[in-house]
Design a binder for this molecule. Sequence first.
Ligand code: MRU
Length: 347
Amino acid sequence: LDTSATLWWDSHKDCLCYIEQTLLPGEYRIIECRDVDRLATAIRRLEIRGAPALGVAGAYGVALAARTSPHTDFSKVMTGVRQAAELLRSTRPTAINLGWGIDRVLKGLAAARTSDEVRTISLREAENIAAEDTACCHAIGGHGAALLPDRCTVLTHCNAGALACSSWGTALGVIRSAIEAGKDVKVFSCETRPLLQGARLTAWELARDGIDVTVITDSMAAHFMRAGAIDAVIVGADRITHDAVFNKIGTYTHAVTARYHKIPFYVAAPLSTFDAERNERDVVIEERAREEITIMGNRTYVTDSAKVKNPAFDATPMELVTAIITEKGVLRQPIDTRSHLSFCKSH
Ligand code: MRU
């Protein structure tokens, strides 16, 4: 199964490289990113997306700011780095990993005393975050694979795969690990309106790995659950508060429908996605442009006089989640993210 990276630092060119995801599956293009403004645009446009990948991108973004600074004076370099960090943080509000990755590099920079140290420490910390993310995905995969029957069909939503992480994936990591363990796993990928991450990205990366994948529209999920075609739902997460799981819009519908049909609903996410001290009502859900809904290709499908809403994420109440699969193990009901996190921190 493919283990190539989604974004990485090219040490020869001294720049951040990433797969431009808005072009997939039609075109596979690697972008060489050399400035923070360009990276901020890439994140807003979803050229890089998915919570763990955003954490890695934020971290590399801080390193990029340090390494492209025109200054030699330590405090001037640090001022630029902090400004870049805030710009990157503001690009997408819901995925907690973005700020988490940025803050981890900033924290590492507390040890820097010279501008050279700012450049080396920031890159080293970003590289660590990327490597840890891959390791987390494999650990999540291992824990999650054990939950799946030997033969099953899993429904997933959006893209919580290699493209949403450094590599391997969270929800799709579970599927990859289960297949690697010899299980026969097939996937139903919901297309994921409006930006089609499921149709464009999940189907592409699973097909590339030779994994059996069927694309359905989001509105077909209940039909296939009722028909007995789905054995489990596995999704990723952008933020997990004390009481809810935030993930791509449409996830909540699948959770409600899965509960009605007595199908397990699993969330696969690293501990860096947890925001256990916060509640659902404290979280800002990103509202995206009207055109993402009204325009397909070069045709407008909605009259200008109609209003449009475009929240990028929804919240699934914790009671609908069968289990959360983390790199440290599986949290089962009653899920108490606060005590789980403090347990993990103390071990
Ligand atoms: O808007 P996106 O494409 O960044 O949304 C991504 C998702 O909702 C993913 O499911 C989530 O980030 C988890 S990725 C492992």
